[in-house]
Design a binder for this molecule. Structure first.
Ligand SMILES: Cc1ncc(COP(=O)(O)O)c(C=O)c1O
Length: 417
């Protein structure tokens, strides 16, 4: 018998040249320079597999879903529902009944705000968020709080951009009905202690929604391990198409909730006197869904898993450290968001230069970064800046690209003295 030799646990590093060849847009140039795409927190680029899956859907099986008995409709339904199963497996949900397709993360949060929180809220109740939320995890709660006479409360962050856990815990009161928290901040890169947040809230019987819009394309997000009640993600950041998002909800929670939008597909029967609702998850999917979006998302999740989160995380962690050192080496740059547990997002300001000017000048060098408040104005306020420049890294970025960013930032320095 040959002795069993354990396979090495560490996967080989990414073959970046091969990987980049999968993304057609990365081959183009901008202003005569090779494109350096570092705006991944806004949206990621799409591998050819996603583009092909969408084209093949329209070329071969385009039909409406859940309706016809004809071949094309059955095939389209299979593909659409196949994507739901793919999403279930990706997030390790217990059942496809817990996976609702939405337009994006924002719609998922609005769904929970109106169908879960609003009926629950009474005057004096609170919903707790953190000080580093995207606007889409603030405004829907404000709307329902205002309608119910409830209050939105905010757990503060420290100077590194880390959640102050004791302060968070102090704000969990007998009147708190829901915690809505980012899993990774789009403005700071902070990864929040999501399991601990769920544990603390559940110990008091409070439901938790996690916004995994950023986390989900950088690391494995497992809803059962996290234990959350709701979780949202958005397809276009997961290397998939725009217009498709995911709401995970625990079955018992979703079952107890009324519909959010009314229309076709979400009903079981309709009369002018009374309508009844379809079973989960269809109760929450009114109207013709984004079939091509679901199919494109399926291909995107396949692609991510083929590359593997071990390899993605190791690569992005290395590049985050490399980029941090590069930015720290440029005179006058200050990083905003230096959490110990941080994803590959780097927000920064440069002394004496407006972030908009930084973005415009580096764009002329072919480097795409984001500038502005990143839909997180309260974060900007917390750090006393009107805006930041933000470089955000995805699986296909390289050290050469970070060097190009650094050279472009030195040009900005030269221009502004
Ligand atoms: C943390 C976070 N939450 C929510 C969203 C909203 O995503 P979408 O606009 O796709 O709904 C974003 C998008 O930037 C985000 O970064």
């Amino acid at each position: 018998m040959t002795p069993h030799v354990a396979a090495p646990a560490v996967r080989p590093p990414l073959d970046l040249a091969r990987l980049r060849a999968d993304f057609p847009i990365l081959q183009r140039s901008v202003h005569g320079k090779p494109l350096v795409y570092l705006d991944n927190a806004a949206t990621t680029q799409k591998p050819r597999a996603v583009l092909d899956a969408i084209a093949a859907y329209y070329a071969t099986i385009n039909a409406n879903v859940h309706r016809g008995v004809h071949e094309l409709s059955e095939r389209a339904t299979e593909a659409y529902e196949g994507s739901r199963e793919r999403v279930r497996a990706f997030f390790n949900a217990a059942s496809t009944r817990e996976i609702v397709f939405t337009r994006n993360a924002t719609e998922g949060i609005n769904l929970v705000a109106h169908a879960f929180a609003r009926p629950l809220l009474a005057p004096g109740d609170t919903i707790l968020v953190s000080a580093m939320e995207h606007h889409s995890n603030i405004v829907p709660w404000q709307i329902v709080c205002e309608a119910a006479g409830a209050t939105l409360t905010v757990a503060p962050i420290d100077d590194r951009g880390e959640l102050m856990l004791e302060e968070f815990e102090r704000r969990l009161t007998p009147r708190t009905r829901l915690v809505a928290m980012t899993h990774m901040s789009n403005a700071l890169g902070t990864i929040t202690p999501a399991r601990e947040i769920v544990r603390l809230a559940h110990a008091r019987g409070i439901a938790v929604l996690l916004d995994a819009s950023q986390a989900a394309y950088h690391m494995r997000v497992d809803v059962q391990a996290l234990g959350c009640d709701f979780l949202v993600a958005t397809g276009h950041k997961l290397y998939g198409p725009t217009g498709i998002g995911v709401l995970y909800g625990r079955e018992a929670r979703l079952e107890a909730m009324p519909p959010f939008l009314g229309g076709g597909d979400m009903i079981s029967s309709v009369s002018f006197e009374r309508s009844t609702w379809n079973v989960l998850p269809y109760k929450f999917e009114a109207g013709t869904p984004n079939i091509e979006g679901a199919i494109g998302l399926h291909a995107a999740l396949d692609y991510i898993d083929e590359v593997g989160f071990d390899a993605i995380e190791a690569h992005e962690r290395g590049l985050l450290a490399y980029t941090t050192r590069a930015l720290e080496g440029i005179p006058g740059i200050r990083l905003i968001g230096t959490a110990r547990d941080k994803g590959s997002i780097l927000s920064f300001v440069m002394d004496g230069v407006h972030p908009h000017d930084v973005g415009t000048i580096v764009d002329r060098e072919g480097v795409a970064i984001r500038t502005g408040h990143h839909c997180a104005q309260p974060v900007m306020e917390r750090f006393g800046v009107p805006a930041t420049a933000r470089a955000s890294i995805a699986m296909y970025n390289t050290r050469d690209e970070i060097d190009a960013l650094a050279r472009a930032l030195l040009k900005v320095r030269e221009v502004f003295g």
